[in-house]
Design a protein around this ligand. Sequence first.
Ligand code: F6P
Ligand code: MN
Length: 329
Amino acid sequence: MQLLSQFLRRNDTDEQLMDLIATLMVACKEIALQLREGALAGVLGTTDITNVQGETQKKLDVISNEIMKTVLLNHSLVAGVASEEESESVPGNPDGRYLVVFDPLDGSSNIDINVSVGTIFSILEAPKDQDYSTEHPYLQSGRKQIAAGYVLYGPSAVLVLTTGKGVNMFTMSHTGDFLLTRENVMIPEETREFAINMSNHRFWEPAMRNYVDDLLLGADGPREKNYNMRWVAAMVAEVHRVLTRGGIFTYPWDARSPKKPGKLRLMYEGNPMSMLIEQAGGLATNCYSDIMDVEPDDIHERVSVSLGSRKEVEALMEYHAQVESTKEA
Ligand code: F6P
Ligand code: MN
């Protein structure tokens, strides 16, 4: 069995990046312990605080965010952090080399029902001599990410990591060490499994409705195969399933909030997950172009996300291209 640090060293990872990843894992290990204790530690339930997203924070959202902030901002390599749970970015060491953007606890509606949640992170180079309390230095496209990943807190805690050289999975042992359990993950190109919140069907764009309606027709429809559907309601768990056995996950734009490009956040959900998916041979799109090419204007910017098995995502994009070309004709 190979330790995370041994694996990263063997792969010639930058020493400072290794150091930062090890620090991130200190925070994630602490979050995993809090989740495991659950009701015994009195950490379940809701606070009376509403975050910048307009969502009521769960106690564990707040706890996880504090753990991430404290651990990262105490590290001299960290110039600043931006979090789903913080309205503004938070500065660290002005001479630090990295910015870390994170969703401290994704899928938090699952906490109180004891279902999978996770921490998603994206690591960016800190541009020199900038004010890291402003959002400007953080506004970098997904292509600029140095590393990205998540820790899924499920029956076991699993780190899924890319430093731009493929995707690898590490399982947390009882000693709290992360051990390599799956190397060089590749997503199957084709799939018969999709994940979407069907209750939003009436709010989708026509192209999305056509695509999903054809999946539902199964072998009798134009896609000529029977599909199965899954919905965990935690992006981190859906992406883990897609990385493990293929599939397509989509949370598209919908007309409930017509001015927002989607529900999920570009910088700490869309971008890190897109980097993992692309590194594993899949595709990640806003239905028209690659998510990682979107230039952000706001750290809390939203994006339409569809990702997974390459051929299935291409099929979805084709439905959108067709509707666009009919509009132009
Ligand atoms: O972070 C937002 C999120 O919790 C994702 O993890 C998940 O994919 C999605 O929202 C679930 O949304 P809904 O409750 O609309 O199904
Ligand atoms: Mn989230």
